[in-house]
Ligand binder design. Structure first.
Ligand code: SF4
Length: 412
């Protein structure tokens, strides 16, 4: 149900089958150009494809000219109430205008913005928020907030079509997750334009990320949504971008940087996995390659996971076994585990291959076999899950017995 139409925000395609676009909004005073530019560079570095800045005053429009010229990513001007600011933002070079046709002063004002945007080739995002529905929908909102939201959005879409302006994406935002899901599903069945997704005022980093993951993740998994913004109560806009990427990566919609797999640990753990995982996670932030790194607390069944990932560690008592591309490489004391892992990652990324010391690999493999034999009867969390999956799945005689990642990466 992905949108059929595509628009371009400068050089970024949105909708029509393009990859889901990540965007965020700066939290600085826009007129403070150094602070705003610093934040824009930070969000661009974190992977934001687009950035939106609030333009509530004339001084912000003035600042916009510099911001647009210096920004490494396309800039969307966020306008409310004052249509003249929208006209001036287009003159200032904004790559897209976000406005709510319901609060900009009537259809004739929207028409003036649409006319100028058409002449400049600038797209718009039009949308409604649950907190600012038009008056004539307030009664419907009390009975059915979802229908009221969708009616408002469809009404705005029809207004833009009457104005012969079709270069837009549309959004319905609500603080309510089920309503956001239901309203966007309904909207996607009614319009062909790209859809911007977000849970408005989602909350703190912790609760807001979860709400966004549930709401946006559900829609994206259905194929609804062409661009996403995670709204978090933090002054660090790059945190919103990181959360957006985790959602897209979890759904395998886009790849960016490493994926870290780590077991939840249990009573079998015999090394300080907490600090090892934290160090690996922090060091992986420097990598842009979409490698999968698995850290498993024990050898009993962690071996399977570690060998399926591009790189992995299977822990044991104060030591661990390093894996790369499905191959056990060597045993390493805990204090050296993380360095040894990253040495293998760097070697592989630079050269596309790894060196296997046959005698150390054989020693590691023998060590694994011994531990597996010693624990053959253990019902670990992974074994229980495997048994349940095997019982549920039809047998496939052609299935490979030991899938191994064949991916290779080179450093960008
Ligand atoms: S049994 Fe599973 S959860 Fe427990 S330490 Fe080993 S890998 Fe981790």
């Amino acid at each position: 149900m992905a949108s059929k139409r595509q628009i371009w925000v400068k050089d970024v395609p949105v909708g029509g089958g393009a990859p889901v676009v990540v965007q965020t909004m700066t939290k600085t005073e826009t007129a403070n150009v150094p602070a705003t530019m610093k934040q824009i560079r930070e969000v661009a570095e974190a992977g934001s494809d687009l950035v939106r800045v609030a333009v509530p005053r004339e001084v912000d429009v003035e600042a916009l000219k510099t911001i647009v010229a210096e920004s490494p990513i396309p800039v969307i001007a966020d306008i409310h109430f004052n249509y003249t600011l929208a006209l001036k933002a287009i003159d200032a070079g904004a790559h897209c205008i976000r406005l709510n046709p319901g609060n900009i002063g009537g259809p004739d004002k929207v028409a003036q913005v649409a006319e100028k945007a058409t002449a400049a080739g600038v797209p718009m995002r039009i949308g409604v928020n649950s907190g600012s529905l038009p008056k004539h929908l307030h009664e419907l909102e009390r009975k059915s907030p979802v229908e009221a939201l969708v009616q408002a959005a469809v009404g705005f879409v029809e207004l833009m079509e009457r104005l012969e302006f079709e270069n837009f994406k549309v959004s319905i935002k609500s603080t309510n997750v089920p309503n956001t899901i239901a309203a966007n599903r309904l909207l996607a069945s009614k319009v062909e334009y790209p859809i911007h997704l977000g849970i408005t005022e989602a909350g703190t980093k912790w609760s807001g990320s979860l709400k966004s993951a549930v709401g946006l993740g559900t829609l994206l998994a259905d194929g609804v949504g062409d661009t996403i913004r995670i709204s978090l109560s933090t002054f660090h806009a790059e945190e919103e971008v990181k959360v957006a990427w985790e959602i897209l990566k979890a759904l395998r919609l886009r790849e960016r940087g490493p994926v870290l797999i780590a077991c939840p640990t249990c009573g079998r753990l015999q090394f300080d996995m907490d600090s090892v995982v934290a160090e690996i996670e922090s060091r992986l932030e420097q990598y842009t390659e979409p490698i999968e790194v698995a850290v498993l607390g024990c050898a009993v069944n962690g071996i399977g996971e570690a060998s399926h990932a591009d790189f992995g560690i299977t822990g044991a008592k104060n030591e661990g076994l390093i894996f790369a591309h499905g191959k056990p490489l060597r045993k390493v004391p805990q204090a050296e585990l993380v360095d040894a892992l990253f040495k293998e990652i760097d070697k592989s990324l630079d050269r596309g291959s790894i060196d296997v010391d046959a005698s150390k690999a054989a020693e590691g493999a023998a060590w694994l076999r011994k531990i597996e034999d010693e624990n053959a009867d253990e019902l670990t969390p992974e074994r229980i899950a495997q048994m349940e999956a095997a019982a549920a799945a039809p047998s496939d005689p052609l299935a490979p017995s030991s899938p191994v990642s064949g991916r290779r990466f080179t450093r960008a």
